[in-house]
Structure formats: C-alpha cells, structure tokens
Design a protein around this ligand. Structure first.
Ligand SMILES: Cc1cc2nc3c(=O)[nH]c(=O)nc-3n(C[C@H](O)[C@H](O)[C@H](O)COP(=O)(O)OP(=O)(O)OC[C@H]3O[C@@H](n4cnc5c(N)ncnc54)[C@H](O)[C@@H]3O)c2cc1C
Length: 452
C-alpha cells in the first residue's frame, strides 16, 4: 500500500485502483492510526457541474458553465471568492491585456465600480463584491466556508461524488462533470490523479509570499523617491522589482527575505506590498504552510515597524491588513491529456485546441535562500504560446477538468502560465466544455474545442 508520505513526495499513485482511503492517507503520517467509522453522508446536491475552488480560475469556470446552460455549484473554502486575488490580497493582474471574454468583462466591471485603479491594479475588497455579484447574476450556486476533502470514483472511472467539510459537517455532492480549480490540485489528488510538484531535478518549489496592505504612504512621494515608476506605459504608476526598497529596509536593520520587493499602488494613499519569500515550503503540508505563515507575518510586521521608526516619508506607515491566506505560487501540476513544456514556450507553440495565448515570461522566484532572493527566467526565452484544451482535461479520471495553476504543464511552463490573466480564460474554457459535456452526457475529452 502506498503510504501518504510517498504520495506527497512523488505524486505517483502506482495504480488507480483501489483509491487511497482517508485511513490510508493517515497511515504513514503518524506511527499511530485510528480507524474512522463508516457513516452515511447526506447528498446535498446532484447537479451538472461542480467547480472546486473559487479563485480566478474557479470563478471564471463556474460563470462560464452556468452561462452555457449547466446547473453549476462553486465550492470555496474561504469566506470570499477570488483566491490569491482576494484571500491573499494580490492586488495586481498580469497578462490580462487584450484577453477577451470574462477577463475583459471583469476589468470593465471593476472599472465601473471604481475597483480598478490602473489597468492592472485593483482594490481587493471591491474585487470580492464584483465576483460575488457576477456569479449571482449568472445563477451560480456559491457555497463558501466549505473544503473539499475527498473524491470517490465509480466503475467507469468517473468521480461519482465528492465529500466536503464545513459548518454543516460532512456532506456529499454529485455532478456529471467536476472542475478542479483549487490551485493546488486538491480535488484531482483526492480522486487519485497523478501529478508532479516542483523543479524536475530537485522537487524544489517557488517560495510563498504574504501580501500586506499599507496606509500612511503617498503615491506621489513613492514616485518621487523612486520606489514606484510613474507614469507607466498606460499613463499610471507601475512598480519595478525594487532593489532600492530592499536597500532601504536593510538600512532600517532588516535583511528582507525577498530582495526585489514591490509596492503596488492601489489608491493614491494606499499601497500593497510584497516583501517576503518563504523558501522550501510544501503546499501539500499544512504544518509547513502554518509555520511559513507565522514566520512571514512576523517578518512583514518587523519590516514595517523598522521603516516607520526611520521617520521621514515612512513616519505614518501602518499595516491595514495582512493576507488571511499566504500566497502559494506552486502546488500540484495534475497530469492531463497534454503536458505543456518548456519547449512549447521556446517554440511559441500553437494548437488546434488552443484556448488562450500566454504572453507572460517565465517567472521563477528564487527556490532557496542564498539564490539571490529575487526572480529570473531560468534561462528560458519564451514566445507567446497557446494553452491547449487537453492540458485542462485530467488523464486519470474521466469526468474531471482542471483550470488555473494546477493544469498539466512542466515546472517552467507553469512559471509562465500561472498568472491570473491566464487563469481566467482557462477557467472560461473549462466551464464551457464541462457544461457541454454535462448537458450532452459526454466526457470532456469527447467535446471538440471548435464546436464547444
Ligand atoms: C505571492 C504571489 C504573487 C503573485 N503575483 C501575481 C501577479 O502580480 N499577477 C498575477 O496575475 N498573478 C500573480 N500570481 C499568480 C496567481 O496569483 C496564481 O497563480 C493564480 O491566482 C492562480 O489562480 P487559481 O484560480 O488557479 O488559484 P488560486 O488563486 O490559488 O485559487 C484557488 C482557490 O481554491 C480554494 N481552495 C483550495 N483548496 C480548496 C479545497 N480543498 N476546497 C475548496 N476550496 C479550495 C482556495 O481557497 C482559492 O480560493 C502570484 C501568486 C503569488 C502566490
């Protein structure tokens, strides 16, 4: 029997059957195990499409599935939609420029509600509201505060039902098609899909960062002092990866773990800050993510305190809030019908079933302390390339799709397509295909993209 320890390390399930039970998962984690009693679960919903994870990809997937006629439920563990956009306070959208469909519609909506400060910077609070309103208007049933914890397959290798834990206890949900948009590929892993994690040679993953919203800074002062550039190409302030800011923090007495920290100006008097790197943290290990969160919150508080004590332009600096969820750059990459590779990026690959074009570079944040503390392209020079629909369809489970950062790609491809301007069109495509498959009683792999 494959033990949980091996499963976490390799993602290699030797055989698809039998599925790992929760007891199997516990075994190996501790010397001692307990046998959980069998119990009946209430089936709270039987529907067309269930989308698990309400981040940029999941929001778009659910919206798209509902708009294409499918009865759709979106399940999210946090108390708001948006994922890294909101629970992790990102405040910055990359690679949305020129993207049609839901991405454009969302930017227009954010502009209309004054949530969008520049072409790429937004107010995370208004983002939450906008996403909720758009889902409500499309008839998506949203369930917040609910974590997907298990998935069970039938004899035809389809997920028959998933189990969740929430204020309501343990519940079961049935659907014709499921979409994994949990970022970390949690649903697919629970369903027994194979996956990869990290750099191929070492298994190392990109670091995590805890975003901070600050008050007491004036955008004009930041531009004058050279901490943000302005005006940018679109006539609005932009931020460089900022060695000058790192040097200033060093002067204040702290060697920040991220050497290219960035301010994102989201209002004339409010900025977001990305200033730390938590290295070598597995997104598959709750204890490690907890430790990283505590260390990160300690570091960002110490940095802000130290800057404020320097006086001058920092004298009124305050943390408004730190993110509830530390920003996770990298988790599982679920095996799909096609795996996007570094070579596809170098060649600018195009596909008959291409669902969106990625223009963003390979962006690998230092994998370990002592590797410069910034980010690099890993030596890969990409040309704009497409993501094929097949990378959104699970290889090992028949009625499962993925969208967002857990799709099928290698370490380098993931470091490029992972940004939110691509997560949204991926979600939109997955939702459309899932709806078509569910409504015609077919599998996602049997839907051709040009007819979807
Ligand atoms: C620190 C940091 C900085 C970044 N900078 C940028 C940037 O400037 N611009 C940009 O565009 N991109 C940036 N990215 C990348 C981008 O934010 C992510 O790759 C993107 O959010 C991926 O979208 P997603 O929907 O796949 O995943 P996520 O945003 O991670 O959303 C996943 C959702 O699933 C939910 N979930 C997870 N597990 C479960 C479960 N078991 N049950 C129910 N719900 C679950 C989560 O709560 C979350 O809401 C950054 C990422 C990080 C971490």
């Amino acid at each position: 029997m494959l033990k949980r320890r091996d499963f976490l390390k390799t993602g290699a399930l030797a055989a698809l059957s039998p599925l790992p039970t929760e007891a199997d998962e516990l075994a190996g984690q501790n010397e001692k195990t307990v046998q959980e009693p069998k119990r009946e679960l209430p089936v709270v919903k039987e529907t067309d499409v269930v989308v698990c994870g309400g981040g940029p990809a999941g929001f778009a997937a659910a919206l798209s599935a509902a708009r294409n006629g499918a009865k759709t439920t979106l399940i999210e563990v946090h108390g708001c939609l948006g994922g890294v956009w909101t629970s992790s306070l990102l405040s910055n959208i990359i690679d949305s420029n020129g993207k049609p469909g839901i991405m454009k519609e969302l930017i227009d909506r954010l502009n209309a509600t004054d949530a969008q400060y520049t072409a790429t910077k937004y107010d995370a609070e208004l983002m939450k509201w906008t996403l909720e309103e758009m889902c409500k208007e499309a008839g998506v049933e949203v369930r917040l505060h609910t974590r997907v914890t298990a998935a069970y397959r039938d004899k035809s290798n389809k997920i028959e039902y998933i189990a969740t834990e929430s204020f309501s206890g343990r519940e079961a949900w049935k659907a014709k098609v499921f979409i994994d948009t949990t970022g970390n590929g949690e649903l697919a892993a629970r369903a027994g899909c194979q996956f990869d994690v990290g750099e191929p040679e070492t298994g190392k993953v990109q670091p995590m960062s805890l975003m901070v919203i600050l008050s007491g800074l004036n955008e004009a002062d930041l531009v004058t002092a050279g901490y943000i550039k302005g005006p940018g190409k679109d006539g609005s302030p932009t931020e460089p990866g900022n060695k000058k800011l790192h040097a200033e923090i060093l002067k204040a007495g702290i060697d920040a773990s991220y050497t290219m920290p960035s301010f994102f100006s989201i209002r004339p008097d409010m900025v977001a800050l990305m200033v730390n790197h938590q290295y070598g943290v597995s997104a598959l290990d709750a204890g490690a993510v907890t430790k990283a969160t505590l260390e990160a919150r300690n570091e960002v508080n110490r940095i802000v305190d130290a800057l404020r004590k320097m006086g001058g332009m920092w004298s009124k600096l305050r943390i408004v809030t730190t993110a509830a969820q530390i920003g996770i750059r990298e988790g599982r990459r679920i095996h799909g019908l096609y795996t996007l590779t570094k070579e596809d990026l170098i060649n600018g690959a195009k596909f008959d079933d291409g669902v969106c074009t990625v223009n963003f570079v390979v962006d690998i944040h230092a994998l370990a302390r002592g590797e410069g503390g910034g980010y690099s392209s890993g030596g890969v020079k990409m040309k704009p390339y497409q993501i094929p629909l097949r990378s959104l369809i699970a290889k090992d489970v028949n009625n499962l799709m993925m969208a967002g950062r857990c799709i099928s790609g290698d370490f380098y491809a993931h470091a490029s397509y992972r940004v939110t301007g691509n997560a949204v069109p991926m979600g939109e495509a997955a939702g459309k295909v899932a709806a078509k498959a569910a409504l015609t009683n077919r599998l996602p792999k049997d839907i051709s993209w040009d007819k979807a």
